[in-house]
Design a protein. Structure first.
Length: 75
């Protein structure tokens, strides 16, 4: 079993920005592991989020995507 940085999360809401980024990062990590990368050695959490951002941003920019996000107050 390959060790991963992101725990397996079975329920996400892809209509929220935070979960969209998380799902993208999970997919990127899966790809890295399949290629033989070692979590914590070949990549970090920050690497995963940095790689996930462009994909999430493209979806977020699409006005039809209706992606939501939390405000500073958490609402």
């Amino acid at each position: 079993m390959k060790t991963r940085l992101i725990r397996n999360i079975s329920v996400t809401d892809r209509s929220t920005l935070e979960d969209l980024i998380l799902v993208m990062a999970m997919n990127i990590e899966e790809s890295l592991l399949e290629a033989g990368a070692i979590a914590g050695k070949d990549y970090t959490y920050k690497d995963l989020w940095t790689m996930a951002m462009p994909f999430a941003l493209e979806i977020f920019k699409d006005k039809e995507s209706r992606i939501t996000f939390r405000t500073a107050s958490g609402a």
